[in-house]
Design a protein around this ligand. Structure first.
Ligand code: PRP
Length: 183
């Protein structure tokens, strides 16, 4: 990726492909929730903020947006499976139609934890929309809407980061292994 992004290996998903897929997902969600007037979308910070913003603006059903912040494995490649809520929802979700928005499922620990936690709050329905899922051994998590399956490489852009860098790139890129080896 030349001089501008020396730590990126290649573009994995272009801006155009991302936007096309977001529209397809939004159409599918609009159809599925056409009878609903209380869709409650929950974005998981920080990674999901760009995907959620684009997706929500393409939806043609009434919805509100809320966020949760979690911590999982920080800035290293070592995943412990430990997940902690740093910031919770503003409202109770009992009897509401919940759509959880995540940027990526990697080990599956975050989504698994979130799913169980939110289910315990007794929503009317709980579905998940995930932009990227890595092709690797992971926890079996329920994904209702999936953007792309990707190889098991470190990806950045469109919300995803490496040590908080590259989050606002409009495309998804693969990080060079030497950029994160040893972290
Ligand atoms: C990333 C990503 C998911 C989670 C997926 O978040 O946004 O929430 O990891 O990994 P898992 O399937 O192995 O649990 P991260 O903790 O990096 O925080 P961030 O979104 O604030 O960057």
């Amino acid at each position: 990726m030349g001089d501008i992004y020396p730590d990126l290996a290649r573009v994995l998903i272009s801006e155009e492909k991302l936007q096309e897929r977001v529209v397809e997902l939004a159409d599918q969600i609009t159809r599925d929730y056409s009878d609903s007037d209380d869709l409650y979308m929950i974005g998981i910070l920080k990674g999901a903020f760009i995907f959620l913003a684009d997706l929500a603006r393409k939806l043609e059903v009434p919805h509100i947006v809320d966020f949760m912040a979690l911590s999982s494995y920080g800035q290293t490649t070592t995943t412990t499976g430990a997940v902690r809520i740093l910031m919770d929802l503003r409202e109770p979700i009992e009897d509401r139609n919940i759509l959880l928005i995540e940027d990526i499922v990697d080990s599956g620990h975050t989504l698994s934890y979130l799913y169980k936690t939110l289910l315990g709050r007794r929503p009317a329905t709980l579905r998940t929309c995930v932009l990227l899922q890595k092709e690797r051994d992971a926890l079996d998590v329920p994904i209702d809407y999936l953007g792309f399956s990707i190889p098991d490489v470190w990806v950045v852009g469109y919300g995803l980061d490496f040590a908080d860098k590259h989050r606002t790139l409009p495309f998804i890129a693969e990080l060079k292994p030497e950029a994160y080896e040893g972290t």
